[in-house]
Ligand binder design. Structure first.
Ligand code: ATP
Length: 240
């Protein structure tokens, strides 16, 4: 987690049959910063993350990590290059304990060395997980499950974290806490975070920069404060 890598996508285009979900998208996410990707339902946000992760076949355009083209690489190779993807919906295996779920991060990661240390770091960051480490994951609240999947992603020692709607279904207080932890993580470790959110107001409150997608195209790109202050943009695309 110490290396720093910029993530850039250029001219990304992805289709599902006749539907063009992404249409020539250019986005940059810088190390040590949170880049929000905003937009209404169906704007293409999830497809963007899936395409970066190599989960959308036949996508066109470039994905560069630290200036190096990832090309048409298998999802597993992209994960091993240092891009961790936390999909929407908290993919927790409820029959396993909290620690067993976290250990899956060891299997998925590039760096086996230092795993124990990283596990301790995750427990420091999320004390609720440490307290429940021997419990089955189905005993966790929604917020704790979100912490668990973020923790598991961090255990792969990524340079880039892709987060899809981490606030979904969580109480505002829990969202605020998770975002605060995310901010700390980025500030202390120089991680590159690409944060997809429908909750634009909350996302812009912690992000450094943001991109707004509409029908698969970037319609605005600016620093987060400027996007949040743009009344027209907020009303048209951000819903607050
Ligand atoms: P949401 O917040 O609802 O997930 P989104 O901004 O993430 O929205 P995407 O899920 O990326 O948007 O969807 C972009 C477009 O692609 C939409 O028109 C959607 O209907 C379409 N789409 C997404 N996934 C598929 C799929 N597997 N098959 C066909 N069309 C799809």
């Amino acid at each position: 987690m110490t290396e720093r890598a910029e993530l850039e996508v250029r001219g990304l285009t992805a289709r599902y049959g006749a539907v063009t979900a992404l249409d020539g998208v250019d986005i940059i996410a810088r190390p040590g910063s949170i880049t929000a990707v905003l937009g209404a339902n169906g704007a293409g946000k999830t497809t963007l993350l899936r395409t970066i992760s190599g989960l959308v076949p036949d996508a066109e355009g470039s994905v560069l990590l630290g200036g190096r083209e990832l090309g048409r690489t298998a999802a597993e190779t992209i994960a091993r290059a240092g891009i961790a993807h936390v999909p929407e919906g908290r993919g927790v295996i409820t029959e396993l304990t909290v620690e067993e779920n976290l250990r899956l991060g060891e299997l998925l990661g590039t760096a086996r060395r230092g795993f124990r240390h990283r596990l301790d770091e995750v427990y420091d960051m999320f004390p609720a997980l440490a307290e429940r480490r021997r419990r089955e994951a189905n005993s966790l609240s929604g917020g704790e499950r979100q912490m668990l999947v973020i923790g598991r992603a961090l255990l792969t020692a990524p340079e880039v974290l892709l987060l899809d709607e981490p606030s979904l279904g969580l109480a505002p207080r829990i969202v605020a806490r998770i975002f605060e932890l995310l901010r700390e993580l980025v500030d202390t470790r120089g991680l590159t975070v690409l944060l997809v959110e429908q909750n634009a107001r909350s996302a812009l409150s912690i992000a450094d920069t943001g991109f707004v997608l509409n029908l698969g195209r970037v319609v605005a790109a600016d620093d987060a404060a400027s996007l949040a202050a743009d009344d027209e943009l907020r009303h048209a695309y951000l819903g607050f």
